[in-house]
Design a protein around this ligand. Sequence first.
Ligand code: ZN
Length: 220
Amino acid sequence: MQPIPILVLFSGGQDSTTCLFWAKKQFSTVEAVFFHYEQRHKIEYLSAINIIKQENMHLHELHVPAFKEIGGTAMIDEITIETGADNIPNTFVPGRNIVFLTLAASLAYKRNIHDIVIGVNDSDYSGYPDCRHDFISSIQESLSRGLDYEIRIHTPLQSMNKAGIWALSDELGVIDTVIKYSHTCYLGDHHTLNPWGYGCGTCPACLLRKNGFEAYRSLK
Ligand code: ZN
């Protein structure tokens, strides 16, 4: 294990939860940061807090109210989830990962941390341009230059689809934790425990999670 600390961008969802446990296997100290950006569902935060408590970790919390002020995204406003003519769902918050990675780098700088992990992937991604590899390598360079401090952004899920992410959580021995405690549903439904976890089972986020789980199970 490398004697190096790492900062995880942690939302309490499947992908960042898997990254958190990946980080715990690879790095000596793991810190996590949660962003409050006026997202519609408090359940994300409750899931994040719950996992952090179980792991005896400290959660940094940063507030980003500007996306609510800008408006027009289904992640924040009570509007129906739709996919636009550009094939990008209106759950896209333009610039979200740019802002989050910048704030994470600022926190990392102050904490003497050079390594950051984010759970983006470009295989099952919903068309979000700020989840792609070329964006990540470009912002890594910009942040390192702008801070004059090396920032290394790790994306262990980058080339994985959801089935691969389930396989990784199984490999890490935390698939049951991910099923029971992480939360992905766009509608915030947390009442029914499905084999793949809590969620409505019909929104785009649940479908990715559910289909990926079933694909992984059928491969086993
Ligand atoms: Zn759902």
